[in-house]
Design a protein around this ligand. Structure first.
Ligand SMILES: Cc1ncc(C[n+]2csc(CCOP(=O)(O)OP(=O)(O)O)c2C)c(N)n1
Ligand SMILES: [Mg+2]
Length: 338
């Protein structure tokens, strides 16, 4: 469904989701077309864009967001600049963390993302920290922590949830369930993952995480309640794994998303056809906008504008210098001159 908001804001959500999709397609091409440009492993947020964008649409600049190894999407959703995200992914001096963090740890304090951890569950306790600080300082800021279903296997999840409930922290636990299973099948003994927060008396909601309207309406209510002191709350947003994420490294198995696949699904390569037809939050949203009277031409124009903006961001990243060797110790010690 479409969120019940003015058309401009509806299109703003599409724009943000496309910014993330186009930026991450560049990220994958960085890896596919260059050797050693991305050092080590990386992950992308493709297929989960409806979640981060719709939640962040209700947040203020001074609200906090914590995220995971799929952080690129959340940073852009919270207002981060794609060029500084892409530059960070390839370790450039112009990146958000001046090339020190790389793809796994992109953090942008100016938009409320103080730290990112690729350690599964790593950000949960830190998120409890900013929620506690805001409560102590009697500020209105709330904290949203995004994490995957896998993070619910970690001890830190239980400790953070428990203390957040005991202290009524202004905090949203936003779990993105992408049903990505590594190793031996199911990773949790609970039949329903929401049974776990329920056992700690934390209210939960389970929603379709690829439906922008549902996510947006849920986020509106949850954010309102947590701001009003009714936190913490827990949401499980269910998404469908993008076929390019089924490998150790993400791959553009069907090439870049063509916005026209929204109205011409049979044109998509077979490997990704069903996913784009039924499970792609962006193309589903495009179809809904079209049904509500937004023309194909308008949607294509928006996509073309976003794509050229993100192409420029990728060029910026590629043309940016690596940090100077002598900067290696900057910020390493809490001393003058750092
Ligand atoms: C503590 C820890 N254990 C293992 C890993 C390796 N690892 C990286 S992603 C991942 C899966 C995490 O699942 P989930 O939290 O659901 O995130 P998803 O990748 O499905 O989005 C694992 C096990 C890690 N980064 N940190
Ligand atoms: Mg998962």
């Amino acid at each position: 469904m479409l969120p019940d908001i003015p058309r401009d804001r509806q299109l703003g959500i599409l724009r943000k989701m496309l910014m993330i999709r186009r930026a991450e397609e560049h990220c994958i091409r960085f890896n596919e077309e260059h050797t050693g440009l991305i050092r080590g492993h990386f992950h992308v947020y493709i297929g989960q864009e409806a979640t981060g964008v719709s939640v962040c649409d209700w947040l203020n600049q001074d609200d906090y967001v914590f995220t995971t190894h799929r952080n690129h999407g959340h940073v852009i959703a919270k207002g981060g600049e794609p060029k500084k995200v892409l530059a960070e992914i390839i370790g450039r001096a112009t990146g958000y963390c001046q090339g020190r963090a790389g793809t796994f740890h992109v953090a942008a304090p100016e938009v409320g993302i103080l730290h990112t951890s690729a350690i599964v569950g790593g950000c949960l306790a830190l998120a409890g920290g900013t929620a506690y600080a805001a409560q102590m300082q009697e500020r209105k800021a709330i904290t949203v922590v995004f994490f995957g279903d896998g993070a619910m296997e970690e001890g830190v999840f239980y400790e953070t949830l428990n203390i957040a409930k005991l202290w009524q922290l202004p905090m949203i636990f936003w779990m993105e369930n992408n049903y990505r299973r590594t190793g031996r099948g199911a990773g949790h003994a609970a039949t329903e993952l929401t049974n776990v927060p329920k056992a700690l008396n934390v209210e939960t909601a389970v929603i379709d995480g690829i439906d922008v309207g549902i996510v947006h309406e849920t986020a509106k209510e949850i954010v309102r309640r947590v701001r009003a002191g009714q936190g913490p709350l827990f949401v499980e947003a269910r998404t469908h794994l993008w076929p390019g994420n089924a490998f150790a490294m993400p791959k553009l198995v069907g090439g870049s998303t063509d916005i026209a696949w929204a109205w011409n699904p049979s044109a998509a390569p077979e490997k990704v056809r069903d996913w784009h037809k039924d499970s792609d939050p962006i193309l589903n949203y495009v179809r809904e906008l079209e049904s509500a009277g937004v023309s194909r031409g308008e949607i294509e124009k928006l996509d073309a504008l976003v794509s050229s903006e993100i192409d420029a961001a990728a060029r910026f990243a590629l043309e940016s210098p690596l940090p100077e060797a002598k900067a290696a110790l900057t910020y390493a010690f809490a001393a003058k001159g750092n």
